[in-house]
Write a protein that binds this ligand. Structure first.
Ligand SMILES: Cc1cc2nc3c(=O)[nH]c(=O)nc-3n(C[C@H](O)[C@H](O)[C@H](O)COP(=O)(O)OP(=O)(O)OC[C@H]3O[C@@H](n4cnc5c(N)ncnc54)[C@H](O)[C@@H]3O)c2cc1C
Length: 245
């Protein structure tokens, strides 16, 4: 049964925010989650396609991904660092990459998202707009808090310098990693992000990656197994970028 009981296609972000003032209205981006969801709650979809939120811009200092930029666009843009483009490519199969967007990925905050982990180590910040106007939050803070109702993610910007490296373990080579560690050598030190270790991807201390994290146990691995994986994968990822200074 389709969830959508009504559909709007506003042509500006301001109009989208006005429509989202009603709690039964939800932003629609690529639809890979929203249209496939088996939650029966009826939704009025507010399609963001006409709001001019796609495209990649910026320079060597800071790159900006419009929220409606697809993972396919990220993979095929030479300005996106190789490690980050690789994470976008590995996140989803090609049939979904042409639909799934950066904004939808951020708003979903999937615990296993290697793309979010790569954005975290590139010091990503998220631009949002809501009834109170525009604001910028670090991606780490946004993943913790979630996107507030009535708000639209408009862009994600990040530092493209210093490529990132990912180490991961999955049940099969093409499966979503049980745990992954992504490391980047930034100008002021190493950044490390883990997936599969919390409710959302997290930035953590490369010297002590698992303290304070309470991973779940499920059919893919126990909490102890995940902790062990995180320690081993962190060492490999950090060594691959030259170690912690
Ligand atoms: C078969 C399948 C496999 C998947 N595998 C993975 C995986 O391995 N790893 C992974 O991390 N994810 C996975 N996903 C989840 C999903 O593909 C991603 O999270 C995706 O990037 C969502 O983007 P979208 O544009 O399709 O979002 P949509 O489905 O359009 O929206 C998802 C949610 O985000 C909200 N939203 C979308 N855009 C915005 C915005 N700009 N501002 C505010 N809220 C917004 C929507 O209201 C909705 O609640 C998978 C999904 C499917 C269907």
């Amino acid at each position: 049964v389709p969830r959508a009981i009504a559909y709007h296609r506003p042509d500006s972000v301001e109009d989208a925010v006005a429509l989202l003032n009603d709690s039964s209205h939800q932003p629609l981006a690529g639809g890979t989650v929203l249209n496939g969801d088996d939650d029966p709650t009826p939704v009025t979809m507010v399609d963001l396609q006409g709001c001019g939120l796609d495209g990649i811009s910026g320079d060597a200092g800071r790159l900006r991904l419009g929220a409606m930029t697809t993972l396919h666009d990220m993979v095929n843009d030479d300005r996106v660092p190789t490690g980050l483009a690789g994470a976008a490519q590995a996140e989803l199969p090609s049939t979904l990459r042409t639909l799934a967007t950066v904004g939808g990925t951020v708003a979903t905050g999937n615990a296993d998202s290697i793309l979010l982990a790569a954005l975290l180590v590139h010091d990503a910040r998220v631009e949002l707009v809501g009834p109170g106007g525009y604001e910028m939050l670090s991606l780490a803070d946004l993943l913790k808090a979630g996107v507030a109702a009535g708000h639209v993610v408009t862009a994600v910007e990040f530092d493209p310098s210093g490529d990132c490296v990912r180490q991961s373990t999955a049940r099969t080579p093409s499966d979503t990693p049980i745990v992954s560690a992504t490391a980047r050598n930034a100008a002021d030190g190493v950044r490390l992000a883990l997936t599969g270790m919390a409710d959302y991807p997290v930035l953590t201390d490369p010297r002590d990656p698992t303290t304070g994290l309470e991973p779940i146990s499920d059919f893919r691995g126990s909490a102890d197994y995940r902790r062990k994986l995180a320690e081993v994968l962190t060492k490999r990822a950090v060594n691959a970028i030259g170690g912690v200074a």
